[in-house]
Design a protein around this ligand. Structure first.
Ligand code: 2AL
Length: 584
């Protein structure tokens, strides 16, 4: 059975590559010595080009979509399979750090690199998106990349202007895109089963807990309110204390209440009075009016609403006690984005396996996952960053944390992408069960016997029975099976599952080495003249030269010896393919 765990050495190599690539991406900036990369800029396109190159090195097909996201696909065991989408963004704030967004894209590349290196094709495909805009640095509107994929760009976005007066439509044209085609970036619901995003925490919780990784429960919902306390201004020297209507004293009482009540409510809800203006603002005048803002955030909308109601009624109570009016108006509101429970569970078990325990925490910052959650279940993995600093050149992560992050990411993706194929095989109607194993070998009777003996308790039992059945094969079965095995060294034709499998198995002879191709063609011709059928060998894992020398060795066989050998090779190819179908 294929072993799908990333070793410490593999993870360490992957983490080193992630750090190097983050440095390489950081060089692509509009301001030398700083990192600033904004949507639809020449730097955005250069970053896309660089990332596409990395995607192609690990067997992904790539494309830049109609809103400027760079996308790659690593095919599953069946072409056109539903995919798990991994992603984050490649744009930055001005004078940014080098990990916010980029770390998620680079770690996703390491997940696919691991699959590619080990020739693992999962039940589901893996796609990676490097989103073009999450931060909203250029146009003041955010999540343009991820909302391109969900197809939810509001109509008026094309008219939004940057500081130089260039609108989104013109910027698209300048960067080589067609504003009338942005809808074509949208993906349909069935294309993805889930979205995962790895991101730096951008806060201090993991560092305090001395942990490299955490699992996000939800991206906080938020409200911002403009509040005012209106009392009565008066002479600071003449108005006695007992009859004052001091707006600042009321506000001060309320601010301390906001702090204590929020702290007591629950550990993951936060509220902040971040601005305060005192009118008329003179040393010798009793404050008549206070304008302030309240920012409140929670991973649960219901908690946010309950606490907010409590805070506002306390403000009114304090005001009433002091003869001061209180009013509040919401000017910004976003609902919480809960992460999918099952994705959280998958992430938590991978994190526990890697670092001994898992910690769940909400995200205080916004992410592409907010947009994606409108269409697909989302899960997020947080990586510790130094002192919680982000949106700043001092943003940092450590390589050993990235190592653990990549290990947990690989484990999660593989667990998600491997459906329980045995259960599916046991329960499927006969024709579906047949088609699941049909591509292993073109011997219908074998597949029928395998299906007839269902259910199997374990994959091992299924493999044992399948192997047993192959022992009955004779020359009739061999000749039947050969129809599905292209000659070694010839370009594999067709696009069915068996053709795909042959192509992968024979990848070592799919080469520009014309001497090898010629020698194989000559050997094949000789073999066919001698034995009357195509030369068959279990090609997976063999180099082109090894295959050629086996071909020459087997030309010395007697017909009976060679039939025995060819049947043995056919058994091996079949069982290897079957193992691939039921890999877990
Ligand atoms: C093949 C094939 O399709 N897969 C494999 O391992 N060998 N074909 C062949 N002629 O040996």
């Amino acid at each position: 059975m294929v072993k799908h765990v990333m070793s410490a050495t593999q993870a360490s190599n992957a983490a080193r590559r992630v750090m190097q690539r983050a440095d390489e991406l950081a060089e692509i900036s509009e301001t030398p010595g700083q990192v600033t990369r904004v949507y639809l800029s020449p730097e955005h396109l250069r970053a896309n080009y660089l990332v596409a190159g990395w995607m192609e090195q690990i067997g992904m097909t790539t494309w830049q979509d109609a809103v400027g996201n760079i996308c790659g696909r690593y095919e599953g065991a069946r072409e056109g399979a539903q995919a798990i989408l991994l992603g984050s963004h490649l744009d930055t704030v001005r004078n940014a750090g080098r990990y916010d967004g980029m770390l998620g894209v680079l770690a996703a590349l390491e997940v696919v690199s691991f699959l590619h290196q080990h020739d693992i094709q999962l039940e589901q495909a893996i796609e990676i998106a490097g989103f073009g805009d999450e931060e909203g640095t250029r146009f003041g509107i955010t999540l343009l990349g991820s909302r391109g994929i969900t197809g939810t760009w509001p109509d008026n976005w094309l008219e939004c202007e940057d500081a130089a007066g260039t609108n989104v439509a013109q910027a698209l044209v300048n960067a080589g895109f067609d504003p009338s085609r942005i809808r074509s970036a949208a993906r349909s619901a069935e294309e993805f089963s889930a979205y995962l995003e790895l991101h730096i925490e951008q806060g201090p919780v993991l560092e305090q807990e001395n942990l490299a990784l955490g699992v996000v429960t939800a991206i906080n919902g938020a409200r911002r309110l403009k509040c005012s306390f209106t009392g009565e201004a008066g002479h600071a020297g003449t108005v006695p204390m007992m009859i004052r209507k001091d707006a600042l004293a009321a506000a001060a009482a309320w601010i301390t209440y906001v702090e204590s009540a929020t702290g007591a409510y629950s550990p993951d809800i936060v509220a902040t009075v971040g601005t305060l203006q005192c009118l008329p603002g003179a040393a010798n005048v009793i404050p008549g009016e206070i304008q302030l803002t309240l920012d409140i955030r929670s991973p649960r909308d219901s908690d946010l609403e309950e606490l907010l109601e409590n805070l506002l009624s306390e403000a009114r109570r304090i005001g009433a006690q002091r003869g001061v009016d209180f009013s509040a108006e919401t000017y910004y509101s976003i609902r919480a984005t809960p992460c999918d429970a099952s994705l959280q569970q998958h992430l938590s078990s991978a994190v526990t396996a890697v670092q001994g325990r898992s910690l769940s925490l909400p995200s205080g910052a916004g992410h592409d996952a907010i947009a994606i959650a409108q269409c697909w279940p989302v899960g997020m993995l947080f990586v510790r960053c130094g002192r919680g600093i982000s949106h700043h050149p001092a943003e940092s992560v450590i390589e050993t944390d990235v190592m653990q992050a990549v290990q947990a990411y690989v484990q999660t993706v593989i667990a998600l992408a491997l459906k329980n194929t045995l259960a599916e095989f046991n329960d499927a109607p006969e024709n579906e069960a047949l088609s699941l194993v049909a591509s292993c070998v073109a011997i219908t009777a074998w597949a029928e016997s395998l299906v007839a003996a269902r259910p199997y308790q374990t994959v091992d039992r299924l493999m044992q029975h399948a192997a047993q059945l192959t022992l009955a094969w004779k020359s009739t079965e061999l000749n039947q099976a050969l129809t599905a095995h292209p000659r070694i060294g010839e370009k594999v034709q067709g696009d069915g599952t068996d053709a795909e499998m042959s192509k992968r198995e024979q990848s070592s002879v799919d080469t520009q080495n014309s001497a090898l191709t010629l020698a194989l063609a000559q050997g094949n011709a000789k073999y066919e003249a001698q034995f009357g059928r195509v030369f068959l060998i279990r090609a997976k894992g063999c180099s082109g030269d090894e295959i050629l020398s086996e071909l020459h060795r087997r030309l010395n066989h007697s017909p009976a010896q060679e039939e025995f050998e060819a049947l043995e090779q056919l058994r091996q190819i079949t069982l290897l393919r079957l193992e691939g179908v039921f890999a877990q």
